[in-house]
Design a protein around this ligand. Structure first.
Ligand SMILES: Cc1cc2nc3c(=O)[nH]c(=O)nc-3n(C[C@H](O)[C@H](O)[C@H](O)COP(=O)(O)O)c2cc1C
Length: 192
């Protein structure tokens, strides 16, 4: 079974989402023998923004990198994704990754009856961290957006671990981390 662990926070060791994605992955690794984990740090190794050159496929190196990103996504049975809120939305590094994996004809397609997701059967856990309190509010363009993107690709097993109020005070930060750590997603099980 393959797990893709994605971090996107630019705050390195101070990142709450990194702390929480690590805790989830460690828990899942401990509970499932033979779990293959691929780690990708989109802050340290960002994917270039999608461009006309990308779509034209004229740059061989970029085409190969794009395909590797797509294959890594397709191969994953589960994804644990750190998604800090930046200016009410996701980090641009994460958007650049989404632009490589949401591809017509590969992970979704349009039919006479509307769009159809082609990348179902995965479990996705999103760790959504934010400086303020945004969960369930109209100011949150992270959780609804990511649910829409993964849902559009056909993924129905989506869980969100929230850590809100990180910037409000040290006490808020500690409480949000403790609450998230206390309600980590159920261990991963091998469907086979
Ligand atoms: C560039 C940048 C933009 C941010 N924008 C917002 C924002 O719009 N709303 C908010 O509540 N917090 C915002 N924050 C605070 C982060 O969401 C908060 O620090 C959160 O803990 C980030 O997750 P991390 O700890 O995993 O890096 C921003 C932080 C940065 C660095």
């Amino acid at each position: 079974m393959k797990l893709l662990h994605l971090d996107t926070s630019a705050l390195g060791d101070h990142s709450v989402s990194r702390q929480l994605t690590s805790a989830i992955v460690a828990r899942w690794q401990a509970g499932l023998d033979g779990l293959e984990v691929e780690y990708r740090d989109l802050d340290r190794d960002p994917i270039p923004h999608l461009s006309g050159r990308t779509l034209a496929g004229s740059d061989e190196l970029e085409r190969a990198r794009s395909e590797a990103t797509m294959q890594q996504f397709l191969d994953a049975d589960a994804i644990v994704l750190g998604a800090p809120m930046y200016n009410f939305g996701i980090p641009s590094t994460l958007k650049a990754w989404i632009d490589r994996v949401a591809v017509n004809g590969r992970t979704f397609r349009y039919t006479a009856n509307g769009p159809e997701g082609l990348a179902g059967g995965k479990r996705v856990v999103i760790v959504a961290s934010a400086g303020g309190q945004h969960g369930g509010q109209p100011t949150d363009f992270v959780e609804p957006y990511l649910r829409q993107v993964f849902g559009f690709l056909g993924i129905t097993d989506i869980e969100v671990v929230r850590a809100d109020g990180i910037g409000m005070s040290p006490e808020h930060r500690e409480a949000a981390i403790a609450q998230a750590l206390g309600s980590l997603p159920e261990p991963l099980r091998d469907a086979a």
